[in-house]
Design a protein around this ligand. Structure first.
Ligand code: ATP
Ligand code: MG
Ligand code: FE
Length: 341
């Protein structure tokens, strides 16, 4: 079965073709980062319009890459939510319009399920069950994953997501959007002893997180410098921020594994691309004989491959999920636990 995946929940248009027999056949992505950069964040209306411009050329690109004709697609999966309403509507309408024209079934996919399953696309995928640490721009959650569609929430952030904390702190340091990669590069040159920032909820005895206080701590340090903040100061603050955030993510992930009696940890979402986080997780896991699995770097942030893959997994498990009713509705707010199995 060949599934076309369409992702358009935020500022990336991603299309991909996944074959249940031969794996990922092709994927193509257009990131709108450059377009939104001058506004310091995503402008929803600009995002929607750009998805419209990009979707069909990307479709041609993946079909060409895979040397397939569009009639060879067996089903179309699209991100139904959560995300920006207008952006989601573009992907949904392209998916359903195309499916109607080709007489193929469609399936709406939960964006977080896409992220969650993306590590299974790697060359050495983890086996179920595992603990998943989902660290993206809008979410920070620890989950127990027993199989496709079997997700149990163990803990989550009570305020800002990890990616959001990266982006907001980076902005405070005068770095460009999205700040995650920028602050992480800067932190490499920072002195770890210069600023010891708070580790929120490190000892909270549950698996929840809170990162808004960490961002405020960055703000306070920046303000104390008035305007005379030099590059080395910025790098030191970046280092203090990254170390604090990584410490909490690592500690809670280890606790989750221990509490659930599992040995496999899977990382998903954009912050999973962070090198400092990967290094710290690998070290903590090795000490305890746990294994850590990551998505390929290009599949950490939003992409079409994870949507095509999640669609294929869902349809293999339950073919009845595919529908030929092409009237669609998107779900900008959609808690993962409401997902039907
Ligand atoms: P969600 O999936 O929760 O709806 P999203 O789709 O915006 O949110 P992702 O695409 O998974 O989130 O990830 C984007 C986030 O990842 C941004 O906040 C970005 O700063 C962060 N990020 C990307 N690369 C890195 C990195 N190397 N280090 C730290 N953060 C990073
Ligand atoms: Mg994005
Ligand atoms: Fe995402």
């Amino acid at each position: 079965m060949i599934v076309l995946g369409i992702e358009s929940s935020c500022d990336e248009t991603g299309l991909a073709l996944y074959d249940t027999e031969h794996g990922l056949l092709a994927h193509a992505l257009h990131s709108q980062i450059a377009m939104h950069q001058e506004y310091g964040g995503v402008v929803p209306e600009l995002a929607s319009r750009d998805h419209i411009r990009r979707a069909l050329p990307l479709l041609t690109e993946v079909l060409t890459q895979a040397k397939l004709d569009k009639h060879q697609i067996d089903a179309i999966a699209y991100t139904q939510g959560p995300g920006l309403a207008g952006a989601l509507l573009v992907g949904a309408s392209v998916a359903c319009g195309l499916a109607l024209a080709l007489d193929k079934p469609v399936i709406g996919i939960h964006h977080l399920e896409g992220h969650l399953l993306s590590p299974l696309l790697a060359s050495q995928p983890p086996q179920f069950p595992f603990i998943a640490l989902l660290v993206s721009g809008g979410h920070t959650q620890l989950m127990r994953v027993d199989g496709v569609g079997q997700y149990k929430l163990l803990g989550e952030t009570l305020d800002d997501a990890a990616g959001e904390a990266f982006d907001k702190s980076a902005k405070l340091l005068g770095l460009t959007y999205p700040g995650g990669p920028a602050i992480s590069r800067l932190a490499e040159f920072g002195d770890p002893a210069a600023y010891k920032l708070p580790r929120p909820m490190l000892h909270s005895k549950d698996l929840n997180f809170s990162f808004s206080g960490l961002k405020t701590a960055v703000l306070t340090v920046v303000k104390n410098h008035n305007t005379d903040i030099c590059e080395q100061d910025k790098a030191n603050i970046a280092r203090g921020f990254v170390d604090a955030l990584v410490d909490v993510l690592v500690a809670k992930s280890m606790t989750a594994l221990k509490e659930q009696g599992l040995k496999r940890l899977v990382i998903a979402g954009g912050v999973g691309a962070n090198q400092q986080l990967r290094t710290a997780l690998n070290a903590a896991a090795a000490k305890r004989r746990y294994q850590v699995f990551y998505p390929e770097l290009e599949f950490c942030t939003d992409n079409g491959a994870m949507i095509a893959f999640a669609g294929a997994m869902r349809l293999q498990q339950n073919p009845a999920l595919a529908t030929r009713e092409y009237g669609f509705n998107v779900r900008p707010r959609w808690p993962l636990h409401e997902l039907q199995t």
